[in-house]
Design a protein around this ligand. Structure first.
Ligand SMILES: [Zn+2]
Length: 279
């Protein structure tokens, strides 16, 4: 009996660990045959699962499910919110509720890709769109990029411009160092120490358990700084500012760069490792 009880507690304990669910729904309106079928939903959903499994280093593995829901509404933009609510209610009635479940709902209307705290509204079945909106649900913000300009104020911020991250307007394999740090998906990194000048870091996508960025704490409430070695071969290292879940790319360079009064020099060791000298 005691063993049985322990087993039940153990099983319940294990069950409550499997909390991350991702359900991909497609809304089928009554007056149109255009909708995304189960096959394309499944491809999208498992693509998102793979993306986060890889990028979280196995810390976030979604249980996925898909469903096409017929709604008794005509397909127009004015009906989108109502239709999505019907679709989710329908799913919950059939499969039960789960407060940790996230939804990716395809509504097919242009301009409807955005996300709340649990529901991502998608206008298409592209993996890029779904992974981006689910990223917002997970607390990630946009990956932006500074662009140098010849006119005052000499730099401007492209709010979605950093192609290193899925949280930009581009398709991407990855996230940026500040985003991995924010999610605690990468925990092996160097803390900058003014008494140390040389740091060896590995490529951010490396499967090895090696230090993947250097973090310089922000001073006086300023943004933290992250130096990493991103995916693009021979582009050198990137400097990002980090804010809660978002990041701002300052510069990518392969030799040296003066940043906030420090000279940063990089030396490539091989395709995985690079040495960063900070003085
Ligand atoms: Zn976005």
């Amino acid at each position: 009996m005691k063993i049985f009880k322990t087993l039940v507690i153990l099983l319940l304990g294990i069950h409550s660990v499997i909390a991350d669910e991702l359900v991909c729904l497609s809304v089928r309106y009554k007056d149109t045959n255009r909708y995304f079928n189960e096959g394309s939903l499944r491809t999208m959903c498992s693509g998102v699962k793979d993306f986060y499994k890889k990028n979280s280093y196995n810390k976030l593995i979604f249980d996925t499910d898909v469903m096409v829901v017929d709604v008794d509404l005509n397909g127009n933009k004015g009906n989108v919110n109502k239709a999505e609510k019907i679709a989710i209610d329908h799913y919950e009635k059939k499969k039960g509720k789960n407060k940790d479940r996230k939804y990716a709902v395809i509504t097919m209307f242009k301009g409807y890709s955005n996300a709340g705290s649990k529901i991502g509204h998608l206008e298409n079945d592209q993996l890029r769109t779904a992974a981006h909106e689910i990223g917002h649900i997970l607390g990630l913000q946009h990956a932006s990029k500074y662009i140098e300009s010849s006119k005052f104020p000499f730099t401007k911020l492209d709010p979605y411009g950093d192609s290193q991250s899925i949280m930009s307007r581009y398709s991407s394999c990855c996230l940026t160092a500040p985003q991995y740090h924010f999610k605690k998906w990468i925990t092996n990194y160097h803390k900058y120490d003014p008494n140390i000048t040389d740091y060896k870091i590995c490529r951010i996508t490396s499967e090895k358990d090696c230090p993947k960025y250097i973090k310089i704490d922000g001073i006086n409430g300023g943004r933290d700084v992250f130096i990493s070695y991103p995916i693009k071969i021979d582009k050198g290292v990137s400097i990002h500012y980090g804010t809660d879940g978002g990041s701002q790319l300052v510069k990518t360079f392969s030799n040296e760069y003066v940043f906030e009064g420090k000279l940063i020099k990089v030396t490539k060791i091989d395709d995985t490792y690079i040495n960063v000298h900070i003085k």
